[in-house]
Structures are given as C-alpha cells and as structure tokens.
Write a protein that binds this ligand. Sequence first.
Ligand SMILES: NC(=O)c1ccc[n+]([C@@H]2O[C@H](COP(=O)([O-])OP(=O)(O)OC[C@H]3O[C@@H](n4cnc5c(N)ncnc54)[C@H](OP(=O)(O)O)[C@@H]3O)[C@@H](O)[C@H]2O)c1
Length: 474
Amino acid sequence: MLSYATTPQEVFPSGPHFSKTGKSRSATVYIGGKPPYRDGPIIFPAGRHRRNIIAIAVLARSLSPCSACLSVIGVIDMRPSSVSYQLAAFLIAAARRNTPLSLPSATIPTATLYFIKTFKSSLAMSHNILITGASGYLGGTLLNRLGEANLPPYGKLFALIRTDDQAEKAKKLYGAEPLRFDAYNEDAVLEALRSHHITVVYHLIDPRTEVSQLAFIKALGEVKKQTGSEVHFLHTTGAKIFSSHADAPTDRPLLDTDPELYHIQKSQKPSNEFFQAAVATNNLVIEQAEVHGVQAYIFAPCIVYGQGEGFGNVISIQTVAVVRAAKGAGRVYRTDQGQPTWPVCHVYDNTTLYISLLRAILNGAKPDHGRNGYYLASSGSVVWDDLYSAIAKSLKQRGVIGDDTVATADKAALEEMGKALGCPASFVPIMVGGKCTFVAERANKKLGWQAKYSPEHVLENADAEVELILKNLK
Ligand SMILES: NC(=O)c1ccc[n+]([C@@H]2O[C@H](COP(=O)([O-])OP(=O)(O)OC[C@H]3O[C@@H](n4cnc5c(N)ncnc54)[C@H](OP(=O)(O)O)[C@@H]3O)[C@@H](O)[C@H]2O)c1
C-alpha cells in the first residue's frame, strides 16, 4: 500500500535541516547537514506549485550525478499535507539515488503518487556495501576514512573479517557490521550477499585467486536478480599486472584510459605463473561481470606508501620488500638495468580514489566500468634507483646497513635477498623492481580525483617510511 510521508523526518530519516526562510509558507530544505552550503539555498516562491514542481524536477535531474551540488535544494510550502512539498521531497530523494525522473503531464496528485512509488522503490535499492580486507593495509585505511567521506546515503556497511578481535574493531571503530564467511566458498559468499542484500563489494584480498572474485560476481548477479538493483564489484589488482613482469607493454606510456587495455591484457603472456593467474583474473572479472550483469572496476594500486590507518596491518608491500631485502643482504641492491620507473601513490590518495569511485557508484553516476573500468591510483612515477637511494640513506643513518650506495645485485646478493623475502632468488626482481609505464588518467578525468601528494613525496618521505617499516616488520 502506498502511503504519503507527512513529516520531514519520514522523508529524510537521516535528518535534513529545515528552516523557514520567508513569511508565508516558503521554506528551504537543506539536505544532509546544516548550512552554510557551497551553493547556497535555492528558494521557490510559495503558491506556484505546478511551476515549482517542474523547476524542482529539472533541477533535481540536472544535479543528480553530483551529490555535492545536491546538498541544497529549495522547496516551497511546509504544510505537511501539501502536494508540492511531498512531491518535491520525493523528487529530491529520487534524484539523490539517480532514479530517472520524468514528470507526467497528468494532474499533480497523479504525479505525486508516481513519485511516491519511485521513492519507495529507490529506497529499497539503496546500496549495502561490503569491504573485504578490513584488517589489511589498504582496506583498513579505507574503512578509517569512510566515516569522514560524507558519502551519499547508503544502506549498511559490512566488513569481511576472520577473527573475533577484528569483528569487534570493525564494529567499534568504523561502525561496520562484521561478517565472517569463507570468501573462497561460492555458497557461503552467495548466502552472505543475498541475506544482507549487498550490492557493492570492494575486494581487497588477493589479486590472483580468481575463485574468490568469481564467487562474489556470481553472488552479486543473484542479488541483482533478487532486488533489481544495480550491483558493483571492485577488484583490487596491482600495477605489477601492467608491468614488464606481466608482459605488459613498457615501450610507451600505458594509459589506464587506453580503450584497448582489455585487449592488451588479453594478449599479455607472462612467463611467470603468478602473473599468468593475476592477468587472467583481471580479464575474468571483466568477462564474468558482463555475463552476470555486474558493473566491474579494476582498481590498480602501485607502490603505495605511508602509514596505514586501520586496526591491522599498517605497512605496505614494495617499500617493505626493499627494506627487508636490504636488511637480509646488508645493502640496497638494484635488480634492473636502465633506470626503470614505477608509479607511486600515498596511501591517503589511494584511499581517496577508492572513495571517489564509491561516491560515484552511490550517486548512480555510472562510473566507467567493465572493459573501460581500469583505475590506476597514482600521482606519477619515480625511478627505482632514486627510491633505493633514499631508502639506503635512511637505513644507513639508522645503522641497519653500512653502505648507502646502491649496487647491482649479483647471484649471491639475489640469494640473500630471496632468503630475506621468503622467495626464490629468481622472484626477487619481481618483489623489488621492474618497469611499469602505467599512467593514471581515468580517475582525474572522469571522477575529478586529485592526488594530494606528488610522486617525489615518496622520496622526501623515505626516512619516515623506513622508520615505520622497521617498527612494524614482523
Ligand atoms: N599495498 C600495496 O602497495 C598494494 C599494491 C598493489 C596491490 N595490492 C593488493 O591490494 C590488496 C590489499 O593489499 P594490502 O596491502 O591491504 O594487503 P594486506 O595488508 O596484506 O591485507 C590483506 C587483507 O586480506 C585479508 N585476507 C587475506 N586472505 C583472506 C581470506 N582468505 N579471506 C578473507 N580475508 C583475507 C587479510 O585478512 P587477515 O588480516 O585476517 O589476514 C587482510 O585484511 C592485495 O590483494 C594486494 O596484493 C596492494
């Protein structure tokens, strides 16, 4: 049965701020918090219901892809029973969820009913989000920053965890409802997503093991059938999968907006099994998402650095590997010839990109996805040798190594580095070097994302990074 909302609280349960702005019955609706707002209120004169309603519909539609602009929309007539008040409220609510709007030329009450219906179903479609890797470096930082991100409204936030301690922290620190299930078991994943109506999954567990990604994609496809809602899967891959290690082209800049990127990945033939699986997973995510009607995003972190903000792991991967290898081998060694470069990104910037994408998803802005859904999180690249030198300098100052010049690794050095890294000598160059000409363009162009830290910051910050790593190395 359709029912009319009669109070602001019913229409905006999250608590918009209403204020009377004129004598008579004019009012301004502030959505999502208190004034002052960037764009200022827009006030529609009282007593001109039909004209105002049309104006509001046009406004709501034009603003819907950008929730920041939607923070203020003026609505006339605060009488709870007023048709225009209700209609406007529903229009706004629908627009915030990017429900397509059209105003029937029928009578106002008919239009009102139409939008009440739209509003009700759009409410039902509000996204529930699952973040995996909650105790990890990237996932923990993401969860920590979600609270302050001022995201468009969504349903519930869930975090995949594996221990009681993680469950308690996810709940207490981030207000995320902890979920514990086997991410590698299709039935368990389906049950979790279906029973909690999860429509957005951020996968931050493992860039290779396609079984887990596939289980989530299939389950999202089922949720879509069940709810009719759009469903989204973000797969965290890595810049390595677009590098020399994975047989990606490195003779030119490889843009993340390259329309051929899917085909480039399809044609990569890495000799190493790890990268065969990782490249195949990227492709599989795109292809299976198409089969199951899921919007997929291939999110590529690069050399991420800076202190993780979560309750679990606070250090990254590649800077850690350089330090670990240097400790083991007694010096920093390069493993490549020819001054190769690699993209870098502060963990804060990596996180704001995860969030920018989530914001676009929640706004219903249909961010680029599938074969056009590659997002490199990076402000630019540095030469490995510069990073090695900066790390070597810091390690020497701290008495960890005796020589701060960088040498080229010979067989014996590779053996020592491999021991320290827990991998064969042949895998060491993959852990601490390589060439990656991947360039971030999509997030800047399409999401308006901008990195706070320049690529050189990783060099300037090397001493702090080394200190953080040494403190947290296990
Ligand atoms: N950090 C980087 O610089 C970087 C760069 C490129 C790509 N990536 C990729 O991004 C992803 C996240 O990286 P990260 O640095 O955040 O890694 P991390 O700190 O090692 O975190 C990994 C997370 O995945 C969870 N996890 C592992 N296996 C799981 C399983 N079977 N079921 C459920 N959860 C599981 C871990 O939970 P527990 O704590 O319970 O083990 C942890 O929360 C990884 O796939 C990584 O390869 C990272």
